[in-house]
Design a binder for this molecule. Structure first.
Ligand code: E4P
Length: 214
């Protein structure tokens, strides 16, 4: 299972990458807008030096423009993954990119038919947004389970990336259904190595060790 950080903040990528377990980063225009003053290309390139896969989202909606942006982003660094919205124009862009060997991440996936179409267009990854479905009172992780079940019948190479993660339980359920990737916000990432029993156990081990006369 690959773990990605969902952020446009280079310092946060540096911090989590230093743990030695970070596989990639996902950015989106909303995350980029939070990092006021940061240059998008410089941000993406700095992240590409830290991790192997960095999603940079296309910001146009017509195929010709999307194709040009995909070409531009992919020329920045070999680790760039072009993030393409799940629309008909997006499908054309995914097909174009797969023909050129450009890695892609299909964003804003909310249904099994969307997932299947993106896979057929040759997407490297698809990003179903679980948290946004949860917000509507629908269990977002059910969509991931449905997609993984569908995938089990076919030879799709497209990786299923659990996006819009809100808490560690989303990561647990992603792992249990065999999702290939989870992209995790910084605040949730910090919770993942923590367990009260680990802290208590370590405190006791340290106390006992220090009580030994050496
Ligand atoms: C990542 O690729 C997605 O853009 C992100 O996880 C969306 O998260 P949100 O629903 O919390 O905005």
């Amino acid at each position: 299972m690959k773990l990605f950080l969902d952020t446009a903040n280079v310092a946060k990528v540096e911090e989590i990458a230093s743990w030695g377990i970070l596989d990639g980063v996902t950015t989106n225009p909303s995350l980029v807008a939070k990092e006021e003053g940061a240059d998008f290309k410089e941000t993406v390139m700095a992240m590409c030096d830290l991790v192997n896969e960095v999603s940079a989202q296309i910001t146009t909606t017509e195929f010709e423009e999307m194709r040009k942006q995909a070409d531009e982003y992919s020329s920045w660094h070999k680790n760039v993954v072009v993030k393409v919205p799940m629309t008909v124009e997006g499908l054309k862009t995914l097909k174009y990119c797969s023909g050129k060997g450009i890695a892609t991440n299909t964003t804003l996936v909310f249904s099994v038919p969307q997932a299947v179409m993106a896979a057929k267009a040759g997407a490297t990854m698809i990003s179903p947004f679980v948290g946004r479905l949860d917000d509507l009172g629908v269990d977002g992780m059910d969509l991931i389970a449905d997609i993984m079940e569908a995938w089990s019948h076919y030879g799709f190479e497209t990786q299923v990336l659990v996006a819009s993660v809100r808490d560690p339980e989303h990561v647990v359920r992603a792992a249990k259904v065999g999702a290939h990737i989870a992209t995790i916000p910084y605040k949730v990432f910090l919770q993942l190595p923590q367990h009260d029993l680990t802290d208590k156990g370590l405190k006791k081990f340290m106390e006992d060790w220090n009580s030994i006369k050496k």
